[in-house]
Design a protein around this ligand. Structure first.
Ligand code: BGC
Length: 917
């Protein structure tokens, strides 16, 4: 029976809605189901894929009709006829619920194939040798009615594509960064509405990006920057299909004309210089006289293979920010404060005499005197210069650079600028926001918001460390630490899947990977805490998106990495490493936590996780082999790092190396005591506790040592670098110290997130210290943003059940800390919306939960220190005197342990209330 309460929504193909130009031969379809009844599940589906909209409407699956498949699975791989280049396909799906009611068919979605074979590319790579930012143009005539038209284009480092005087699409800094020796991404655009019968013109503008940075930039960079070629190039194909089913291809070749454009300098770090006097009016339109232009040259293609980026979130201008304040610290010098640190650039509005040069400099900080402090930029010039043509109001924004900044300094402005002179453009990879989080504590909300700004500023087609200085690299340590935070906040699967390919391509024969990917700096082999990304990111994607194929696709990479770690180890200990518990308070390299301890811990964790992955994929031999190895590492870890005082960290042996051999016995003792006071490692104990490496009989001493160090030695402060910081709050919460964890976060004194906020941070810093002088002091790093995952997972308590990945089963386990009276979060997942919100007053604890159809949840209520607890749902008692007293729809079973009452629920909305009888 068809049931109108049941609907299929959120259709996506390769996690993207209606993608254009995919190059995956067996794409993955997914959907979510919406049911107005509680406790509902899918029991079957039918998917229909058609070669035309008409067929799809008629439910004629001429490409594929799955028929009814009985399963609760809401993802399925295409299993129909061969998909062809450039073709559009249409699909819809219907489902059966657990009572065998059937839904109406969903709305029709589409997907279109890109260029599947190298031969499909009819164009040539062209360029203008010697050119910094050349323009290319070509006119063509159309004499028939157009049915549809597409452009397939890639330009290295960056391109801007124009058709008949207009920019095509809204992507900027395109295509995405890759190692161009391995992969070159291309974009597909629907340009049907931009073409017309008669004369048309296509124009391409090129920038350097990472493909051909200027030599001066390469030479001043602290490490050898990879440079692929000395000038930019592009390839393009305009495919036009006519109403009579004939078609034509307009392609890039040596018939195109080229000339240097108005961008006379461009570099991602140093900025852009735009000379508007060199603009050629109408160069991207038909009937332009290009007789003075040269012919473009056909150039050999780059080494990397062309690959579609249709399912990869491209970079766009996300938001326009208006400046909050305008000051003038000196004659002719103006400072704009946007009130927020972010990645992107400024739009300038100016009128004045031709040849006037307006200079914009970007920075995150000001000096005491109100002038610009460019220290955090290090070697990045971060300067855009606009040279006026002198004709009325002129508007400028750069194309081939970006900056990380809060302040912009303007010099050389003709006249006096106003707040309207500049707008800020927030630019980053366009990942969809999927998470929201809000509590009764404005400081916590502020930390969360800062993290979102910082995170987005660091998604620039790869996960970067920072947007302002001359790095902006895909440091794997930073990315792996915050991958859960990103996944809670944004739809990351397309972004990370692409980056995993980058990582795979960067892996060497011996299994090593670099610290940063793509390897624009040659940093091999990675510190284990950085390289772990090649195991932990596939794992996180599997956990949160339930995509097993990601584990399969990356299995051999993971295995080779784990084997590499093993090859570098000796007696179960891994000395290999460079950074360890990076950037703890006061230091860059930790003095408290040995690098080998952190490396060995990751060696253990990756090996164990890999054995678990082998198990999931049914690879029993690997499962056993790596499990056994992990057990051995565990023994070595304890042997080496569990000291004679029964906690982890430096051992006395090591302390002794500080002592002169001539020291007296008393001196030795005093020094050892002192060293012990200063060289206690929170991180060492946290890591051991987190991974349950601690022998049962030593748990107490290790825990006591950790708490004593936090509470007594550091006066309720953490003393961890980026590694320990990711786990400290989890370990505290899991062991009954959620209030202490909360204090570490919100503490207004150094070091803590609260302290950063107090000091005016609008993103997160790289270091715990407030630093404005030269050195490593990015104001927009994301690696300490791990706390945000803790907000979602612990404060609100939305966790994924690892046995039912992809939110098939959800665990709701809130930690209502003393200083909060409510906390809430919601997540838009591929299965639908998950939300949870708690509130408490003196006698009651309220919890509102929404679970999407086809998922279930285990709600773990905190007992709040109460004795005889009653749980109500929707005003009706469901739990009393230690047992379930009602059989309400959706409430499956309940049990309790020392701290929690645990109730299993089906999908739907629930209003719980907990009180003492
Ligand atoms: C980067 C980091 C990175 C680190 C490696 C720094 O310069 O900005 O975030 O992980 O180097 O140690």
């Amino acid at each position: 029976m068809e049931n109108k309460n049941l609907r299929v929504t959120q259709l996506s193909c390769e996690y993207t809605s209606n993608p254009l130009g995919i190059d995956i031969l067996k794409p993955l379809f997914s959907w979510s189901i919406h049911h107005s009844e509680r406790n509902q599940k899918q029991s079957g589906y039918q998917i229909v894929v058609a070669s035309s909209l008409e067929n799809a409407k008629k439910t004629f699956g001429d490409m594929w009709d799955s028929r009814e498949v009985n399963t609760d699975q809401t993802t399925v791989k295409y299993q129909g006829k061969l998909l062809e280049s450039k073709k559009t396909y249409y699909w819809k799906v219907r489902v059966w619920d657990k009572d065998r009611n059937i839904s109406p068919y969903s709305e029709i979605s589409s997907f279109e194939m890109g260029l599947l074979n190298p031969e499909d590319w009819q164009g040539f790579w062209v360029g203008k040798p010697g050119g910094g930012s050349p323009l290319f143009r070509k006119e063509f005539k159309i004499d028939k009615e157009i049915k549809r038209s597409r452009v397939y284009v890639s330009g290295l480092g960056y391109y801007e594509l124009r058709l008949n005087g207009e920019k095509v699409g809204d992507r900027v800094l395109d295509p995405g960064w890759t190692d161009y020796d391995e992969v070159v991404l291309y974009s597909t655009y629907d340009v049907t509405s931009l073409l017309r019968k008669g004369s048309n013109a296509v124009g391409v503008m090129l920038g350097n990006g990472r493909f051909c940075p200027p030599d001066e930039v390469v030479n001043k960079n602290p490490y050898k920057l990879k440079k692929y070629q000395s000038y930019p190039i592009f390839i393009l194909e305009i495919y036009i299909e006519f109403e009579d089913d004939s078609f034509v291809n307009i392609v890039s070749d040596s018939n195109w004309k080229t000339k240097e454009g108005p961008i006379i300098f461009n570099d991602i770090y140093d900025g852009e210089i735009y000379d508007a006097r060199l603009e050629e009016e109408g160069w991207d339109e038909a009937f332009f006289d290009d007789s003075g232009w040269e012919f473009a040259q056909e150039i050999g293609s780059p080494q990397g293979k062309l690959k579609s980026q249709a399912t990869f979130p491209c970079i766009k201008v996300d938001k326009i920010l208006l400046p909050k304040e305008l000051t003038s610290p000196g004659p002719g010098v103006y400072i704009y404060d946007f009130g927020q640190n972010f990645s992107g650039w400024a739009r300038l509005k100016v009128s004045g005499p031709g040849s006037t040069q307006v200079k914009l400099r970007f920075s995150e900080l000001l000096n005491e005197d109100g002038s610009l402090n460019t220290n955090p930029n290090q070697g990045a010039g971060a300067t855009d210069i606009y040279i006026l043509k002198g004709q009325g109001e002129e508007n400028y924004e750069p194309r081939f650079t970006y900056h990380g900044f809060r302040y912009v300094e303007v010099r050389g402005f003709p006249g006096i600028p106003s707040l309207e002179t500049l707008e800020g453009c927030f630019v980053h990879s366009e990942v969809r926001s999927t998470g929201s989080f809000f509590t009764s504590c404005s400081l916590v909300n502020k930390i969360h918001e800062n993290i979102r700004w910082g995170q987005l500023s660091n998604l620039m087609s790869i996960p970067t460390d920072c947007p302002q200085r001359d790095e902006r690299m895909g440091w794997m340590g930073d990315a792996q630490l915050v991958s859960e935070e990103t996944i809670y906040n944004f739809q990351m699967i397309g972004f990370f899947k692409k980056w995993l390919t980058d990582i795979k391509k960067s892996q060497k024969e011996d299994g090593s990977v670099p610290d940063l990917v793509p390897p624009y700096w040659d940093f091999y082999p990675a510190d284990p805490a950085w390289g772990t990304a090649c195991v932990s990111i596939p794992w996180d994607l599997y956990l949160y998106y339930g995509d097993r194929e990601i584990l399969e696709e990356n299995y051999s990479m993971m295995r080779r990495w784990v084997e590499f770690l093993h090859s570098q180890s000796k007696d179960g200990i891994l000395e290999l490493g460079k950074y360890g518990d990076w950037c703890p308070p006061w230091h860059i390299i930790s003095v408290e936590t040995p690098i080998s301890l952190v490396s060995t811990w990751f060696y253990y964790r990756d090996t164990l996780l890999f054995s678990q992955i082998a198990k999931i994929l049914g690879k029993i031999e690997d499962q056993d082999r790596f499990l056994k190895r992990a057990e051995e590492i565990k023994i070595s870890f304890n042997k080496k790092f569990l000291n004679d005082k029964n906690f982890y960290g430096w051992t006395e042996d090591w302390y002794r190396t500080f002592l002169p051999s001539t020291a007296s016995k008393e001196d030795k003792e005093i020094t050892l005591k002192r060293l012990h006071r200063y060289l206690r490692s929170q991180t060492a104990n946290i890591l051991a506790l987190y991974s349950e490496l601690v022998p049962v009989d030593k748990r107490k001493t290790v825990w006591r040592e950790l708490i004593d160090d936090i509470v007594v030695v550091h006066g309720n402060h953490l003393n961890t670098g980026i590694i320990g910081t990711k786990y400290i709050l989890d370990v505290l919460a899991e062991n009954g110290e959620a209030d202490l964890a909360f204090k570490l976060v919100t503490q207004a004194t150094y070091p803590s997130w609260g302290y950063m906020m107090k000091e005016g941070a609008t993103t997160l810093w790289e270091r715990w210290e407030s630093l404005a002088e030269e050195g490593m002091n990015s104001q927009n790093h994301i690696m300490l943003g791990t706390v945000d995952a803790w907000f979602y997972k612990y404060l609100v308590g939305i966790q994924v059940d690892p046995h039912f990945p992809g939110w098939r089963k959800i665990i709701i386990k809130p930690y209502p800390v003393k200083d909060l009276y409510f906390a809430s979060a919601s997540l838009e997942t591929f299965r639908g919306l998950i939300s949870s919100a708690w509130r408490k007053d003196v006698n009651s604890f309220f919890l509102q939960v929404s679970i999407p159809a086809n998922s279930q949840a285990e709600v773990q209520f905190p007992k709040m220190g109460w004795k005889n607890i009653v749980v109500e749902e929707g005003g009706e008692n469901i739990w009393q005197k230690g047992t379930l007293v009602s059989q309400k729809e959706g409430i499956d079973y309940a049990k309790e342990n020392e701290d929690r009452i645990i109730i299993q629920i089906g999908s739907g909305d629930y209003q719980f209330k907990l009180k003492e009888e």
